[in-house]
Design a protein. Sequence first.
Length: 202
Amino acid sequence: MSDETPVPKKSSSSPPKSKAARSSKPPAKSSPKMSLASTGSERPGSERPEAAASVDPAKAQADARSREKALCAAQAAIDKKGLGPVLLDLREQKSYTDYLLVVSGPGPRATKAVAESVQETMAEHGYRAIGVEGVREGRWALLDYGDLVVHVFDHPLREFYDLEGMWFDAPKLELQVPPEQRIVPGALSYADEAGEGYGLSE
C-alpha cells in the first residue's frame, strides 16, 4: 500500500452561487422622466388657465356688436311707448338669428309708429335693415337686421301667434320697461272685441 495521500483535484467550475444570488435579476434601466410639457399631454382637469379661458377676439367682438344692436332696437321701441318688449337671446338655439325682439302697439297706428321709430333709430346708429315687411299696414311689422330680427305686432295679433312661446327656453335680456308699458299675457285675445286697454299692469 502506498503511503502517499491523494491530493483532491481542483474543480474547474466556479463555486456554487447562493440562492439569493441565483434568483436576482439585473436592475431594470429606469427611463428618463418626461415632464407634461415635454410630452404635450396633460392630466384631465389640469388645463392651463390661459388655454381654457381663451376666446376668439373676433367672435367676442361680433357678439358684443350684436348685443348692442339688439339693445338699441329694444330701447327705441320702449321710447316710442311699445308694449311689453321682450328681447330673446337665441345664440345657443341654432336659430336663424342671434337676437329676437318682440313688441306690441295698442292698435295699427301705434304699431306702425313703433316700427318706424325702431327703423329710424337703428339707421341713426349705423344699422341698416336687410329686409322690412308690413310696416305700412300696422298689423305685423318685421325688421330683419341679420343677427337681430324685430317683430312689432298689433297687440291682439301678437298674443294670437305667441312667438315668445316658440322660444320659451331662450334667455331673456333684462330691459327697463316702464310699468305702464308692461302687459299681462292673455289679457286680450285676437278674437276679442278691441276695447279699452291691453291688459296693462298697474
